[in-house]
Design a protein around this ligand. Structure first.
Ligand SMILES: Cc1cc2nc3c(=O)[nH]c(=O)nc-3n(C[C@H](O)[C@H](O)[C@H](O)COP(=O)(O)O)c2cc1C
Length: 321
């Protein structure tokens, strides 16, 4: 049976974490992953406070297993953070900048701090401020990410810090989990694969894009940092990886113009959101989408990733005999 020191630390059965992905996560998704033995996460960023309150109650109804609440540091909402501390989940996870002083407040309520980073230097900094777990996220990841790939980043971070390291970015099946463990990681943080789950609260256009695309269709775009310089342009200076389409191509081509006056494109995005067709313009995911061919229940995804990783690790060990 596959167990790592992450399982011991978090009291979970399998070393699989469902990424905190802002409002693209839900109590149903987080609970499905936690109940399958992994660590589900509810993204707090951009979640209205009253909804966060309801979602926390809902999550507690659905699972009594460990879960994480995720915050984006450069855009931290103090009231939402206070609710998080009151809930005292097993893990409070942070992204897009070093949580610094916030870590002590998390430790004071008895929760563990998990910090996502994109470089060795960021990992060292986070551990010096008290992080208990580091997520080393390679640039192939969905959402905001850096430039160094998972394969290059993870072993360097493992060598640099004494705490458990979780690999993120590009992991879409059991072979990815097995590879991450061989690199020295204690587990994986999975985003895109779990967006293509029945429970993920994203629309059909988004799920269809994930299951029908190639890796090269998911590109880092810069115009988002130009038109809305928060949070990717601040903090850890990341770029957003999105599905390439006519809208993203047009915006990338007009970057100089948009930097001067983003109002027209911002209005276009707002209008699309109001009309319920935002996914026609923007959906986010990573290069792992090329590996994903179906939408399945989240628990099934977790189970098959773990079973396939066990198989891959046994196969790898056979190479020695
Ligand atoms: C739509 C989307 C939104 C994300 N939002 C967040 C977030 O709010 N906080 C965070 O820590 N990570 C966020 N991430 C990054 C994930 O935590 C994770 O590192 C990433 O999805 C891993 O790469 P993968 O998509 O290849 O699995 C997001 C990822 C996606 C795809």
């Amino acid at each position: 049976m596959l167990r790592t020191r992450l399982c011991e630390l978090l009291k979970i059965d399998v070393p699989v974490i469902q990424a905190g992905m802002s409002i693209f996560t839900s109590p149903a998704l987080a609970a499905a992953v936690s109940n399958a033995g992994g660590l589900g996460s509810l993204g707090v960023w951009q979640r209205p406070l009253d909804q966060l309150q309801r979602d926390l109650a809902d999550l507690r109804e659905r699972t009594d297993r460990p879960f994480a609440l995720n915050h984006v540091v450069p855009d931290l909402d103090e009231a939402a953070f206070a609710l998080t501390l009151e809930a005292a989940p097993t893990v409070v996870s942070f992204a897009l900048d070093d949580a610094g002083e916030l870590m002590k407040r998390v430790h004071d309520v008895g929760s563990l701090v998990m910090q996502q980073v994109h470089s060795v230097e960021q990992a060292r900094g986070a551990v010096s401020h008290g992080a208990d777990i580091i997520v080393a996220q390679g640039g192939e990841a969905g959402g905001y990410g850096g430039g160094v790939t998972t394969l290059a980043l993870v072993p360097q971070v493992v060598d640099a810090v004494p705490v458990p390291v979780v690999a993120a970015g590009g992991i879409g099946d059991g072979r990815g989990l097995a590879a991450a463990l061989v690199l020295g990681a204690a587990g994986v943080n999975i985003g895109s694969r779990l967006l293509a789950s029945e429970e993920a609260p994203v629309g059909q256009i988004w799920k269809d894009a994930i299951v029908s695309s190639a890796s090269e269709d998911w590109v880092q775009v810069d115009f988002m940092n130009d038109i809305r310089p928060n949070p990717g342009a601040l903090g850890y200076r990341t770029r957003l990886r999105a599905y390439r389409n006519a809208f993203t191509d047009r915006c990338e081509q007009r970057r100089d113009e948009l930097r001067g006056d983003p109002s027209e494109v911002l209005a276009e995005i707002t209008r699309a959101a109001q009309e319920g067709r935002l996914e026609e313009l923007l959906v986010f995911g990573g290069q792992s989408c090329g590996l994903i061919g179906d939408v399945a229940p989240a628990a099934e995804i977790v189970r098959s990733i773990v079973a396939d990783a066990e198989h891959a690790l046994r196969h790898a060990a056979d190479l020695l005999s």
